[in-house]
Ligand binder design. Structure first.
Ligand code: ITT
Length: 184
């Protein structure tokens, strides 16, 4: 079975392919710009986007909207993560966190699948923002995030290792469970 993943982010595709490949699903990346509304919840952003995309894209397809939420910054950058990553990057986040002792943060991923109906799968991973970037794998904020219970950043983990514990890995687990029960 082939499922289209609408995203501009190759890193997300690699993680989804590694996970769903185990079910025999082939993930095909399609770049197609869609509006990301400025809601305060990722779920709302995803639902709006699916409804906007549904008549423009052949079914079935899915999207993934994610964010990094830093406790000491009241959840910033959260739903603005993509913009903040592009403008400030990891160095900018580290600078913002310079004098801050509370390093707690979490990643959240919301996968929205559309097959005529909207299906939402979410995953969260808690961890800490470290003081210096480490690692070259992964993408985005991976070099500055260490998940709770681990010493390595996500950027020091292979895709399989990251998928086992990450926000997206958890959302993908729910998604693949649903696919197994309903489709495959
Ligand atoms: P889309 O085309 O799928 O929207 P994007 O990269 O713009 O791709 P988002 O809108 O979901 O993704 O923005 C989330 C931001 O958070 C973006 O800058 C990502 O690089 C970053 N991010 C998302 N998941 C991540 C992960 O697993 N590890 C590190 N950074 C991540």
């Amino acid at each position: 079975m082939e499922i289209v993943f609408i995203t501009s982010n190759k890193g997300k595709v690699e993680e989804a392919q590694k996970y769903l490949g185990n079910l025999g699903v082939r993930v095909v990346q399609k770049k197609f710009e869609y509006p990301e509304i400025q809601a305060n919840e990722l779920e709302k952003v995803v639902e709006f986007a699916l409804n906007w995309l549904k008549n423009k894209i052949d079914k079935p397809f899915f999207i993934d909207d994610s964010g990094l939420f830093i406790e000491a910054l009241n959840g910033f950058p959260g739903v603005y993560s993509a913009y903040v990553y592009k403008t400030l990057g990891n160095d900018g986040i580290l600078k913002l966190m310079d004098e801050i002792e509370d390093r707690r943060a979490y990643f959240k991923s919301v996968i929205g699948y559309y097959d005529g109906k909207v299906h939402i799968f979410t995953g969260v991973v808690k961890g800490e923002i470290i003081f210096e970037k480490r690692g070259t794998m992964g993408f985005g904020f991976d070099p500055i995030f260490v998940p709770n219970g681990f010493k390595k950043t996500f950027a020091e983990m292979t895709t399989e290792e990251k998928n086992r514990i990450s926000h997206r890995g958890k959302a993908l687990r729910m998604f693949s469970k649903w696919l197994k029960e309903n489709l495959i």
